[in-house]
Design a protein around this ligand. Sequence first.
Ligand SMILES: [Zn+2]
Length: 394
Amino acid sequence: MKWKRVIGQSHAKDILIASIRSQHIAHAYCFWGPEGVGKDALALEFARVLNCQEPIETADSIEACDHCRSCLQMNTLQHPNLQLIFSLPATNRVGSNSDESPLLRLSDDQISLIQEQLILKAHNPYHNITIPNATQIRIASIRDVRRSLQLAAPVHHGWRVVIISEADAMTTEAANAFLKTLEEPHQRTTLILTSSRRDLLPETIRSRCQHIHCGTLSEDDIASALIERESLAPDRARIIAALAHGSYARALELANSTEDEDALAEIVLNFLRTLLKPSRYRNELAKLIEQRFAAVDRQHLRVYLRMLEAWLHDANRLVMIGDRANDYLVFQHGAASSAIRRFIAHYPHARLDKAICAIEDAIEAIESNAQIPLTLLTLAVRLRRAIGSTPTKT
Ligand SMILES: [Zn+2]
């Protein structure tokens, strides 16, 4: 695999590799696409290869050597040619000079928190830098970029790379200041904006960038990365990959959460069992929704629904192609897996495609802030209709 630190994204890699080989580096890029698919990881690897002192050229790629001084500095995000900009907390410190570096205004605690986060990011480029109350990229950060671009030239004959992570978090003033930076010529410098909400960037900035799309990752790519990088067991990696919806950052969150997937599966299967009860299911269902789901946050609820969706997808695959589906199933072992086989024996006439559609609609409703109990009740009615509430006697 080319640029193996970056999962998937072969199309984006090919464009960047070609631009390095032809030395046609754009003045500014916008790496855009959903959250957690590796936009920052791609930008960091691009910076690493651009600055590597002994790059390895192959027939179809150019790779960082991973041992020269530049590569070692890039590995710790401490390279003089690299500047990584992200949201910082607001400060109310009075008397501070608006021209000074934004870091100087932060408290010691905040600085050490940022250092911790940068170590995590250096160790794992898929780590989301999270600092309390840091929701905006302010003008002071952009002024800092302008100042450093004006002061010095790139070192070691390399390329200066400025990465503005989640650039749509720039305030209006910051965006205006950034626009000026975009308009000034700088030698051997490339500015990379990453964004999962590109529409929020001003058109004046967007139109000056070369856009590179980073799409969602395949379940296979996510599962392999979880096995290789996080040493997850294949069974667990497959289930988490199915729940992550193409985002490796999301997969990491799930892998590190305390909730185990068997318990999760049991919760959603209990929901399914309850709504499929032949009679008097409504009271029980209402109680279950209230006790189990009403207080759950939306992100969690989405995981539950994706779990149910993955499970029904498995059922559908088994119905369609029988045991040939075995290697492609998300749930290959354990209680959830045997429940699938019992389910398809009990409900041979279930319209699983319709059931899956109903779940997708419910996920969409949850994401657009619909009321949780109502969404789940609507889903239950649709699932009951699609699957059939009276099991066939077997
Ligand atoms: Zn190197």
